[in-house]
Ligand binder design. Sequence first.
Ligand SMILES: [Zn+2]
Length: 418
Amino acid sequence: MLQLAKYSFGVGDRFAHQASAQLRAFEQIRRDGVDVIPVWNKSNREHSFIGSEPASVLKAAKKAVEQANWDLPWHIDADHIRLETVDRFLDSSDFFTIDVADSIGKPPERNHLATFLKNHSELFGTLHIPGIEDPIRISGDGLELIAEKYLAAAKEAGEIYRHIVHAKGAENIIAEVSMDETDAPQTPQELLVILAALSDEGVSLQTIAPKFTGRFNKGVDYEGNLVQFEKEFNDDLCILAHASKVYGLPDNLKLSVHSGSDKFSIYPIIQRALQKTGAGLHIKTAGTTWLEELIGLAESGSDGVQCVHEIYAAALDQIDALTGPYASVIDIHRDKLPSISTVAQWDSKRWANTLRHIPNHPEFNASVRQLLHVSFKLAAKRGDSYLDLLDKHRDIIAKNVYENIYDRHMRPLFLRSN
Ligand SMILES: [Zn+2]
């Protein structure tokens, strides 16, 4: 049985050039005494924007782990797949993020609802979940409402899961179920009902990605109520531990945080919760590495900084088309975007300070960062001329990629003192 380890970390490598630099961060945290398993993730949307194939992710990762003699597991995540998109990922992935967010709220079949309510009387009333201070209460009507909202999504997860299992064998895959790309966060009560329903569908999931409270905008810090997030995150951990026992789900079942990269202010909360409970974690980042490519190019000067400048100019020009698909996960203040003539005066250092995610740096600009975060398509359009620059300035880019993942993400998440 392919088992996902206790701590795993999803990295994105949009142009398949940074796997070695990323892996160096995993090697360092391992030397610090914490094993964190790399998972290279790329969604169907990213592949179609870039024009790449899933096999390229496997190839780049394989080369990096072989060169580094990495002898712990590593995985390739078919990120946010659905029944209509999963097939092209079957050969090259061993981790499947089954996205059923679009089916939340679809009415379930009447029989399905009635059977679920009949079989799950344990979910009515007052539930004492170990670790959660106040007992959870779910009324009969409340349970019916939650079941109505999520049963169709659970059923769809079952269909996709069985499709993957049929192709690859249950023992060769790691399944995640994601419900994060939706409007309303899921409460701990809802998470419990969802897990019961997924168990009924026979989905042997090892991670689940709920939508948490607050905003998870692309590439910038968390915005929301940290006290509420902490309570919710801790309650969710308790729900998972309880559900894995009661519903026979894998005992390594853990939360997956689809971070949209760089949610620094919740990292200490997550770290405390993991230390306190001994729970595992999967955290996904993706676009943060592409931004480090831009920062490295900016720092390299000459043709590198010129490329960043041109991509920014094109991004300003096509801002509506680029930001449209991400409208719900970005918050760009257009009045904070400097004009093309302003940035024409910028040197390497100014560009790097503007983009590098040091939130309290006076030159950091969250709007520029978010705009460029969603503009990777523009680099893809440049084809080999972009890839050649990545090769030419490999070392300075690798340094930025490594430091970002190790210093700003892994240390605060996994090391006790930082
Ligand atoms: Zn997600």
